[in-house]
Design a protein. Structure first.
Length: 238
């Protein structure tokens, strides 16, 4: 199954206006969100109760562009500006479940984007740290997450390839953009018994969603879970 995170090859250089959190809450979106979870996520095999609860709770329509609000609960990724996308709901749920979070873990996310995956992680883990290299996305995600009550998520604007060394080790690391290999700094920052999930492959091509487990002795085992298509990891030198 291919999970598309890039809508064609056109790169959007200007930010899209993202809706501010609504004081009224859902504005009628709850029924669509519940249907999304049932048909797109549960019916495809995601069963972790914490993940399902998070997907039912986090208002995806507040993490997309104003133009895409009506499509927020459809089974596809959506552009958020700067060549980036918000992932397909199923892939967000699948990747989160693959980390096997129980609620107390310290998690690192590479690629904050609009903040949607970080919000889902905040509902399923203990402490969440998230890195975004694009300044405009970093700033808008910070404002959005704080406005929705996720101010405890630690955000940083930097090159995600190098992780967040002074905050490690992490129990789990999730990378929401594709790299040609698993960055060694991320492996180093993963604690014993931890897990990394990352799309590995060439930019704009079909990639492999890889899950890496680190055992108590520091050995790392990897396995491919499915084929995906993510936008590439943006590096500082680029």
């Amino acid at each position: 199954m291919i999970a598309r995170r890039c809508m064609g090859l056109a790169i959007m250089l200007l930010p899209l206006l993202l809706p501010a959190p609504s004081p009224a809450g859902d504005d009628g979106f709850q029924a669509r969100r519940l249907a999304m979870v049932e048909r797109q996520i549960e019916d495809r095999g995601v069963s972790d109760p914490k993940v399902l609860a998070a997907m039912r709770k986090v208002p995806r329509h507040l993490f997309v562009s104003r133009e895409a609000v009506s499509e927020a609960y459809e089974d596809r990724p959506l552009p958020i500006g700067y060549g980036q996308t918000i992932s397909q709901p199923y892939i967000v749920a699948f990747m989160t479940e693959a980390l096997k979070l129980t609620g107390g873990e310290k998690v690192l996310e590479i690629g904050t984007g609009s903040g949607y995956q970080a919000a889902v992680l905040a509902e399923t883990a203990g402490r969440v740290h998230s890195i975004e290299i694009i300044p405009e996305l970093h700033r808008s995600a910070r404002k959005r997450l704080a406005g929705l009550g996720y101010g405890a998520i630690q955000l940083k604007e930097t090159d995600g390839y190098y992780g967040w060394p002074d905050q490690g080790p992490f129990d789990a690391i999730i990378v929401t953009c594709a790299a040609g290999h698993i960055p060694p700094p991320l492996v180093e920052q993963l604690g014993p018994g931890g897990r990394i999930i990352i799309p590995v492959g060439q930019p704009w091509m079909v990639q492999s969603l890889v899950l890496a487990d680190k055992d108590a002795s520091g050995r790392v085992r990897t396995r491919s879970l499915m084929q995906v298509r993510f936008v590439p990891l943006v590096r500082e030198r680029e």
